[in-house]
Design a protein around this ligand. Structure first.
Ligand code: HAM
Length: 421
């Protein structure tokens, strides 16, 4: 069947003007709060070489295995729409030798990501992330600081959350734990789901994250990774928790938290929110010290996170969103052709003074223009009729209390300036 060209594709959506102010509220607060913590914006391409993600994220992950939007370009090169941005940021950091001279490089991004996921509430195929990456330090203090920063943003958005943390070990201790898992899993294999059975060979750690009900009793009995960390990893995890505690940040240790991307070492975390339902993860992140080397770059220590912007916007409390939508300060209503020209020039003059103005080009009756002004929630309506035209004095109506009085243009400019907070 042919697609209806007037419908967008499943898993994508148009963000219409009515909704966009919520997005801008979050984005503006992000820029303000992240700057306070010394993070600077980076914008990387929306598409990259497929291999960057395949290697960076890991071949046995759902993302690389089933969810990437991959195509060949005209030159036959395999290209992928980015499913996440950490691999891209690490690539950019290495490519532009940003490690030279800088101790710690703190970067953030806001933008769309693409994953061909099953449709579900809170899951889109084009979704937006706000992410931050701190590169060049293995200090657990940066982990706690970055988490503090995102919690600060979420608190300013009046969203209640829980912080879940874990350590997934490192190449020193994880292989031993994975082997232990494999052995334990062998006896339960017949009872596990197909994905788990496959993963028991390819990537046993991911079994811990299985959501299939019938697997749960067996997964509960598996050894905990936090009981099998090497001394270095255990020390790191302890120091990370100390920093969280000193910052007054509450957390829960969840030894089954392993994340869906393969690049993590040591600290892994998620921030969840009750309002989200099944897809309750709002933020996910962790440490990825080996990622740059996997991509052929130098050894780079890194820690970061990404937040689902779509998900946050879904649960923004109404009280925060009232009064943030765009509204004109002055709606200029006019009657007749001559008044139309004057309306345009008055709007131009007001905009020159930094005010926002709206003129409805099709004109119409005063009643219909006032109706539109109401719909746009204009703060004032300036009425220019035949009489007013000759006298260079107009009627101004303050919409909040419907008071109306006569005003000249210089008086209006002054009045609007005085209203400024
Ligand atoms: P992730 O856990 O795959 O991590 O994604 C982070 C967040 O993006 C999720 O917690 C969720 O809120 C949102 N998200 C993911 N997929 C979707 C979807 N299909 N629809 C809506 N929202 C979604 C990463 O992407 C890592 N790059 C995070 C990171 C940065 N780790 C270190 N630095």
């Amino acid at each position: 069947m042919e697609d209806n060209l007037l419908n967008n594709l499943p898993g994508t959506r148009d963000l219409l003007p009515d909704e966009i102010s919520r997005w801008q509220l979050v984005e503006d607060s992000t820029r303000r709060i992240f700057a306070q913590y010394g993070f600077q914006e980076i914008r990387t391409p929306i598409f990259e070489a497929t291999e960057l993600f395949a290697r960076g994220i890991g071949g046995d992950t759902d993302i690389v295995g089933k969810e990437m939007y991959t195509f060949e370009d005209q030159s036959g090169k395999s290209i992928t729409l980015r499913p996440e941005a950490t691999a891209s940021v690490v690539r950019a950091y290495a490519q532009h030798t940003m490690y030279r001279g800088a101790g710690l490089t703190k970067l953030y991004y806001i933008g769309p990501m693409f994953r061909h996921e099953k449709k579900q509430k809170g899951r889109w195929r084009q979704f937006y992330q706000i992410g931050a990456e701190a590169l060049g330090s293995d200090n657990p203090a940066i982990e706690s600081e970055a988490i503090e920063m995102i919690l600060q943003l979420l608190a300013s958005m009046k969203v209640t959350t829980r912080l879940l943390i874990n350590s997934v070990g490192d190449p020193n201790c994880r292989p031993r734990y994975v082997e232990l898992l494999r052995q334990e899993l062998r006896q339960h294999l017949p009872h596990l789901c197909e994905d788990c059975r496959r993963r028991s060979e390819t990537n046993p750690l991911r079994i811990l994250d299985c959501k299939v009900e019938s697997c749960q009793p067996y997964i509960q009995r598996l050894p905990k990774i936090t009981d099998h960390l090497c001394e270095e990893c255990a020390r790191h995890f302890r120091a990370f928790r100390d920093h969280l505690e000193e910052a007054g940040i509450g957390y829960e240790i969840v030894p089954r938290l392993v994340r869906g991307l393969d690049y993590y070492v040591r600290t892994a975390f998620e921030i969840v929110s009750g309002g989200l339902g099944a897809q309750n993860a709002l933020v996910g992140g962790g440490r990825y010290d080996g990622l740059s080397e996997v991509l052929g770059g130098p050894h780079v220590q890194g820690f970061g996170f990404a937040m689902g912007l779509d998900r946050l916007v879904m649960i923004l409390p109404e009280e925060l969103c009232s009064g943030i939508a765009w509204r004109p300060e002055v709606f200029v209503a006019f009657l007749g052709d001559a008044a139309f020209r004057l309306a345009l020039s008055i709007a131009r003059a007001l905009r020159g003074h930094g005010r926002s103005c709206y003129v409805e080009f099709s004109g119409g009756s005063l009643k219909s223009q006032l109706r539109l002004a109401n719909k746009l929630r204009a703060q004032h309506v300036l009425i220019i009729g035949e009489d007013e035209l000759a006298r260079e004095k107009y009627q101004i109506r303050r919409m909040v209390d419907s008071t109306q009085w006569e005003i000249t243009l210089p008086e209006l400019i002054r009045y609007l300036q005085l209203r400024q907070p």
